[in-house]
Unconditional design. Structure first.
Length: 422
């Protein structure tokens, strides 16, 4: 157990260090002075809170939570809150930096923020989760708000949790304040298309990447690692577009069928945390699945899945990162040298925050859009962002990750300069 904890914090430290490394390279390539890096390498604000919750057995349990605000030069900070046993301070820091990059890449008027609570929602009752969600909002209420920092869903948090958080904040504020948080249920001011937005964004990136590589999505082989919010919607979109989803996985294992899996059948059987493979006898490991013959590989689960140890064995033509941080920097280099097109996380997974922005705009206006309007605007934003990163990569002769970071840091650095911070 202790060893596990150390491994986790080592991983999250690596994630922060490698993010800082690419930020520094991106700023150097763009010709910004060292002060820019000094400002961008850490969140400007980090709050650590302790949240007491009375559990169902009558005992009080104290949870630790975080909220990081990376940079608010462009506008209020924005980003999800994850509930997970492996949340660490450094991971939340790194994730807040990634949110700034995403906002820069899709050109939103935001900086990045991120929150997390160390807990295991799979082992908590509805009532305990409500108390924890409300306690977290009370603990961070001073630094968040619709014009300061706007939370949203992330790993193991959903629209119900957003609803409790919005209600708690509205009580503190003494008026209904839907713009405090995004990813809400539609009846509480949520936006059409928000739930599937991350997967829609990934799908648009896949379409654009396929155009560059001359791959027809109809009949193309796709592997999706992870069957959570992003992975399950994505598998469904790919399946409906006529692709052959030859493998999917969850935390317990992977299912493989070279003729294509029946995704509707699997979606019907998946539990609310995205587990489905436990219902099958014939499974393969997640690691073996990544190395299968395929056209498109989508890591949509956790960090550090493609590393220097397996990057040489990846057989996909395109790797689209729906998860945060699935490929290490060494692996990025190997895949790029092997001419595998990588669509990096900060670009591929930016559909969620894009529709969150649309939700916030609708809340601020009090005027709500149709689903088609949301989808049309999302497509416009993502196609532009993909091509901007792709062209930067071609013109500057850098890999897709560095190109995405270069696009992502530019606006916030310019905004910080105009404000006289650097
Ligand atoms: N948690 C999501 C992300 O990592 C969404 C954030 C948001 O909607 O603000 O991009």
């Amino acid at each position: 157990m202790v060893a596990d904890k150390q491994a986790d914090s080592q991983d999250s430290n690596d994630v922060l260090v490698s993010t800082q490394e690419v930020i520094q390279t991106a700023l150097n390539k763009l010709g910004y002075p060292e002060e820019a890096y000094e400002l961008m390498k850490e969140p400007v604000r980090m709050m650590i809170v302790r949240i007491p919750v009375r559990m169902d057995d009558g005992k009080i349990k104290i949870f630790t939570g975080y909220r990081a605000q990376h940079n608010d030069a462009v506008g209020p900070t924005k980003g999800g809150v994850r509930f997970h046993p492996n949340v660490t301070e450094n991971e939340v820091r790194a994730l807040s930096i990634w949110m700034s990059l995403k906002a820069g890449i899709v050109d939103l008027p935001y900086g990045g923020g991120k929150g997390g609570i160390i807990c295991d929602p799979r082992k908590m009752s509805f009532r305990e989760l409500e108390a924890l969600s409300r306690g977290y909002v009370r603990a961070i209420s001073q630094i968040v708000g619709p014009t300061k920092d706007i939370p949203a869903p992330d790993v193991f948090t959903n629209s119900q949790i957003m609803a409790w958080m919005m209600d708690e904040y509205s009580r503190i504020d003494e008026f209904n304040n839907p713009g405090f948080i995004t990813g809400k249920p539609i009846v509480l001011g949520g936006s059409h298309g928000r739930e599937s937005a991350t997967a829609k964004g990934v799908t648009i990136c896949i379409e654009e990447a396929c155009k560059k590589r001359g791959i027809d999505i109809k009949g193309a082989r796709v592997i999706v690692q992870g069957f959570g919010n992003a992975g399950s919607f994505l598998a469904k979109f790919m399946y409906d577009m006529g692709a052959k989803v030859i493998a999917i996985s969850d935390a317990e294992g992977a299912l493989h069928d070279p003729d294509g899996l029946d995704i509707d059948y699997l979606l019907d059987r998946r539990d609310s945390f995205g587990t489905v493979t436990n219902l099958f006898e014939e499974t393969i490991s997640n690691q073996d699945m990544l190395e299968l013959e395929t056209d498109i590989l989508v890591p949509a689960a956790i960090e550090n899945q493609i590393t220097k140890d397996n990057a040489h064995n990846i057989k996909a033509s395109i790797v689209v990162e729906a998860a945060n941080g699935p490929t290490t920097l060494e692996a990025t280099k190997i895949l790029t040298e092997r001419d595998i097109l990588i669509v990096p996380d900060v670009l591929a997974s930016s559909g969620g925050v894009t529709v969150s922005y649309f939700e916030w705009v609708q809340n601020n206006q009090g005027y709500y859009w149709k689903e088609e309007e949301v989808q049309e605007k999302l497509r416009e934003v993502l196609v532009k962002a993909f091509n901007n990163v792709y062209t930067t990569s071609q013109n500057r002769q850098v890999d897709m990750r560095l190109a995405a970071y270069m696009v992502g840091v530019r606006k916030m650095t310019e905004a910080a300069r105009f404000r006289g911070w650097i």
